[in-house]
Write a protein that binds this ligand. Structure first.
Ligand code: SF4
Ligand code: FES
Length: 384
């Protein structure tokens, strides 16, 4: 089949129109990854938005100028209406990216999704081997199912991206993950070092890699980029705690993207609910454009006026927008502080030392992601 090329994003002005939406259709997922970016309080099926509301949100997205819809979760194929929602996106001229574990209903649904106009698939892998992948995902047989799913995707002619979240439990497999991406005919690979929000923050001591291992993984990616030019594009996200400058999280708060949770709250980033006292509006009550322009949560950290020193007078302030608000909240206790990932933050040295200490200590068991579970309770660090 022919596949459409993604529209090329244009730089958005500070309060322009968004270019992408992350539609978190559900928090349900067969996997239990200990670094999941979903919140600790996962939403249940009964509270999820219905099909008609999602369709309205997707139509409003197109009207707002959004180009890309990321159909995500949890595992989005857990929703039986995913084919209908994908067809609706295609009818609205939206480019659709399915972000999936490849497990559960994914394999049985991919033909219909392709038929409905799905543009792209992003498949997660937890490691290069079944032993590593199944242990990290907490799901026996998961890795083999992913490989089978990947083959179906490329057989259909759909472009495939592999996404591998990297941490101390799989950093030794980076080279093999690159080889796996080539073998599976992926066009793109994301080697994404863990970002410590949600479940990853709770599991940080179990996930934090040692600096020499991080440096080695960076060198491996750089070498592979040269060797595989024209075959595989490799994106890399380096670990914040060892960085010199922070990333422009979500492309800048309220600047390019928005997230809609399974129950309809609209967030500037996936972890925004970890910041206390922000007021989030819901698509159940308001139109998406109204929320984008006027929601107190979106306007809280838009642009640069909210910044304090050292960001306020820094010449990188419109490059990284002060880094990540959620990380500033988690590590400095103040969402308006400079992201401690920045070497200019007064908290940076402490954060780097913390990472080094955690990486040197014996890794605790994973606290696996679970709906309705108590994040304080450790489960076995093995697949069950
Ligand atoms: Fe970015 Fe602020 Fe650090 Fe400057 S001080 S590099 S704006 S986070
Ligand atoms: Fe919320 Fe970075 S995850 S601003």
């Amino acid at each position: 089949m022919e596949t459409r090329q993604p529209p090329q994003p244009v730089a958005a002005p500070p309060v322009g129109h968004p270019i992408g939406i992350l539609a978190e259709l559900t928090h349900r997922c067969p996997l239990r990854c200990p670094y999941c970016s979903n919140p600790l309080e996962l939403e249940r099926r009964e509270a999820e938005l219905d099909t008609a509301t999602w369709k309205r949100v997707l139509s409003e997205s197109a009207a707002l100028g959004i180009l890309h819809v990321h159909l995500s979760g949890g595992e989005p194929t857990a929703r039986p209406d995913l084919v209908e929602l994908t067809a609706h996106c295609a009818a609205e001229g939206l480019y659709t990216n399915l972000i999936t574990s490849g497990i559960g209903r994914a394999s049985g649904m991919i033909d219909a999704l392709s038929e409905a106009g799905l543009d792209h698939v992003q498949l997660s892998v937890q490691g290069a081997s079944a032993e590593t992948g199944d242990r990290i995902g907490g799901y026996k047989g998961g890795h083999a199912a992913k490989l089978e799913f990947a083959r179906k995707v490329t057989d259909l002619g759909l472009p495939l991206t592999l996404n591998a979240v990297i941490h101390r439990g799989n950093i030794h497999e980076v080279e093999d993950i690159i080889a796996l991406a080539v073998a599976l005919k992926a066009r793109r690979l994301e080697v994404a070092h863990t970002q410590y929000y949600g479940w990853a923050y709770v599991n940080r001591a179990a996930l934090m890699p040692a600096r020499p291992d991080v440096d080695r993984s960076v060198a491996l990616v750089e070498e592979a980029r040269r060797r595989l030019e024209g075959i595989l594009v490799i994106d890399m996200v380096i670990p914040d705690y060892y960085a010199r400058y922070p990333k422009p999280c979500s492309g800048g708060w309220g600047r390019r993207t928005l997230n809609v949770t399974p129950t309809g709250r609209v967030l500037p980033c996936h972890a925004a609910e970890s910041i206390p006292n922000l007021e989030f509006w819901s698509v159940r009550d308001r139109a998406l454009g109204d929320i984008w322009r006027s929601s107190p949560a979106f306007n809280a950290f838009r642009g640069t006026d909210w910044m304090r020193e050292p960001c306020r007078s820094c010449d990188r302030r419109e490059m990284d927008f002060g880094g990540c608000r959620c990380q500033a909240m988690a590590l400095a206790g103040d969402a308006a502080a400079t992201d401690p990932a920045c070497s200019l933050s007064p908290f940076h040295a402490r954060v780097e030392a913390l990472a080094t200490e955690e990486a040197a200590a014996v890794a605790p068991d994973y606290i696996y992601r679970t709906i309705g579970g108590a994040p304080g309770k450790a489960s076995e660090g093995a697949a069950s």
